[in-house]
Ligand binder design. Structure first.
Ligand code: NAP
Length: 244
């Protein structure tokens, strides 16, 4: 069974690709700029005895997203059964300082790319009467965050989108679920100021920052047979930060 993970060269996407490969999924790794890291990851995944290939595409561009799926099918010789929409960026700033480009870039990369890739994947999944769509949202899509109006809107959009896809395709054996990570140790959170990190840490009941593997384990659950009667849900992986 083939899984495609967008933005998989590093951080959470990398952990997801590794976890799926370890659990017998063939893996298509999408990257945008990080080719070397993607190639290294691919070699590691192949040691699990599964197929793995890397595919460059900026998934916020609808034509590149379409080409990505065509390339994956022709190179890997199978259609995508599990799609993990993970690629994401931040452009944090207070609303008054937020430029339209900051808004549009984040919406394009986080939300529009999720739509483009899901639309590409869904036809083959519907034909196969099987599919798993797993969208990486964020707890700020549930509770909002100062300085992240663009990012939280994109993640809230992903949650609404996930529910609609879940309703439309439940009868065809396709599930669509979202995962809402809290504060996870990656390059994305590395750039936050130490005082902001301290404040966040205090608000996590588990008392620690999450790891990319924590998110990857939840993705594996949604990718597996065990979750076949669960759809349209948003699972927070956040050490108890939100509990909504
Ligand atoms: P990261 O370390 O910054 O990695 C982001 C990845 O997204 C990179 O591999 C990057 O690829 C890829 N990407 C960005 N724009 C892309 C595009 N247009 N096309 C294809 N790939 C693109 O971030 P992360 O923390 O692992 O985040 C992964 C996901 O988790 C994101 O959706 C993020 O919003 C979500 N999330 C993270 C946290 C957290 O605390 N870290 C919390 C909640 C949600 P290249 O390097 O190849 O350009």
């Amino acid at each position: 069974m083939l899984a495609l993970v967008t933005g998989a060269a590093k951080g959470i996407g990398r952990a997801i690709a590794l976890e799926l490969g370890k659990n017998n999924f063939d893996v298509a790794i999408n990257f945008n700029h990080s080719e070397e890291a993607a190639q290294k990851l691919c070699e590691e995944i192949k040691t699990f005895g599964v197929k793995c290939e890397i595919f460059q595409a900026d998934v916020s561009d609808k034509d590149q997203a379409a080409k990505l799926f065509a390339d994956v099918k022709s190179v890997m010789g199978e259609t995508v059964s599990v799609l993990v929409n993970n690629a994401g960026i931040t452009r944090d700033t207070l609303l008054m300082r937020m430029k339209p480009e900051d808004w549009l870039t984040v919406i394009n990369t986080n939300l529009n790319a999720t739509f483009f890739c899901t639309r590409e994947a869904i036809r083959d999944m519907a034909k196969a009467r099987y599919g798993r769509i797993i969208n990486i949202a964020s707890i700020v899509g549930l509770i909002g965050n100062t300085g992240q109006a663009n990012y939280s809107a994109s993640k809230a959009g992903i949650i609404g989108f996930t529910k609609s896809v879940a309703r439309e395709y439940a009868e065809r054996g396709i599930t669509a679920n979202a995962i809402a990570p809290g504060f996870i140790d990656t390059d994305m959170t590395e750039k936050l100021k130490p005082e902001i990190k301290e404040g966040i840490l205090k608000s996590i009941p588990a008392g620690k920052i999450g790891s990319p593997q924590d998110v990857a384990k939840a993705v594996l659950f949604f990718a597996s047979e065990s979750s076949s009667y669960i759809t349209g849900q948003t699972l927070a992986v956040d050490g108890g930060m939100t509990m909504v």
